[in-house]
Design a protein around this ligand. Sequence first.
Ligand code: PRX
Length: 598
Amino acid sequence: MTIFGMRRREGNASSTQIAVPSTYFQKHPSVPHLRDQNEYRDLYQKSIENPSEFWSSMATSCLKWDIPFDRVHHGSFDHGDHGWFLGGKLNACYNCVDRHALESPDKLAMLYERDDPEGAPQKITPGCTKGDIVTIYLPNIPEAVVSMLACARIGAVHSVVFAGFSAPSLRDRVDDARSKVLITVDESVRGGKVIQMKNIVEDALTGDEGRKVQCPGLRKVRTSGGMKNVPSGRVIVSQCSSLRRVRKMFCAGDVGWITCHSYLVYTPLVLGITTVVFEGTPTYPSYDRFWQILDRCKASHFYAAPTALRMIRKMRPNGSSIPLERLRVNASIGEPLASNVWQWCYEVFGRKEAHVLDTYFQTETGCHAFSPLAGVTPTKPGTVALPFFGFKPALIDPDSGREIEGDESRGLLVFKQPWPGIARTVWGDHARYLKTYFGGHSGYFTTGDSAYRDRDGCYCILGRVDDVVNVSGHRLSTAEIESTLLDHGAFAEVAVVGIDDQLTGQAISVRLPQEPGRGGQKGARTISKTAYRGNYWSLCSTQEVFLVSDLPKTRSGKIMRRLLRKMLEGERHELGDTSTLLHPAVLSNIIDEVNEQA
Ligand code: PRX
């Protein structure tokens, strides 16, 4: 195989920085906390050089403590024994709810958008009560947030399970967490379809044969009828009148995802920002749904996964006529936001009026590790910009284990010092925690992602380390190849996996969801070859291209390339854990479609 290098654009990162749109400041009277990029750099430097002082000042200015802490941080990566704000005591629920309610009792905490768009948004002033280790198996409804806050109030641990998980997946999670209480509803509605959640819970508790008792540790199950017994505080639900001019954030994910723990529940509520809870799907009853919600709720901040944005871009390439009077931040998370999708978000979705941010974090970081700062720093399409406060990134050479100095370099993304949101253990398996995050390269927290640092110090996430194709000794990230294909503009979704190849070690296999009028598999092959060649390499002689009706994705929008690889390697009956799949039926469809086209 010949690989000839041409103009190489790492991860499809753009070389130009795009300034904060001037409309940002016209859409809301509030101004960002920082003036400009220089102030960001100064503050960032402080957060790295003197983290104790930095975090102490943040913790005291943003939170109300019952007992002040006497030490900011303790522990090391080598021992994996981090503790933060030692000696201090606070109540997360009090910080989210009570202190704002005491200051301004009428302030909206939540806006609830039902699956059914005909129902007006509801406004909620929440309250909550106590539990133990509590599994919350609820759809995106206000009660999910109230239940989380109720746990936080009494110091219980909440384990939120995606409402789309099946009975065995729910059972595994209840058992794994050794949960004593489970909160659910009789039924939920998503995309117009009713889901009998209580029946799923019953299946989880009785086992497949309907006889054996499962989840022996579980003592209580609350369904909709019993829900009112759980939050004992005031849960006032009433129809909206007018919506006041406050900051409102619409985080369009599932509450079981870390993104929503951090950016639908705790961050907006701690900061006194109204949070929009959306029960439905972006496509029901039409592809305009996100615009409708942003308009109806007058949201200033929008946060979504690239997969949803790509789908809407495909179906509404010219956007929508629905006005977005207040939208000034349009952020994405979870996967790379390819440059052309970024451009569409900026020009079409937000009409050049909103600041488009590609943010990066992980369940284990708890909060953003990289992001442009809304209204403050410029953005660079295809990159996640600069590190967030307290995150000191480095790139490691996977072979030598040494740090790679200088810009315009790529390697394994690690962090060199801890931050308050760092995961502190793997529940019930601390040894696994130490091995996974600190075992590979001593003295570093390993993210499991590879990244590229450009000449401005901006980072571009190239994908999980295991999502790498090795063709004739050339390591290529699947995200990079997918980005190239997406950039060509012919496809809305692409998945690339490496398959064993006698000649080259691995070859590239491409999956493209079917699109009418593209000339079928042959047309797709031609387009993808052209896209490759037009960019930087030719790997086409053993490349496979398949058109499929859908890709296997998790509910948070991540493509499960591992499953595609296994299917191609003939391990169709040993796919491993598929419980996080959004549509499990997609697997058999793909197998049929690949068989037809092979
Ligand atoms: O591979 C990175 C990818 O998502 C992983 C974290 O997934 P999870 O723990 O489910 O949390 C998702 C939401 C925080 C990362 O290791 N990822 C996240 N953001 C980006 C990303 N990949 C590329 N670009 C991003 N902006």
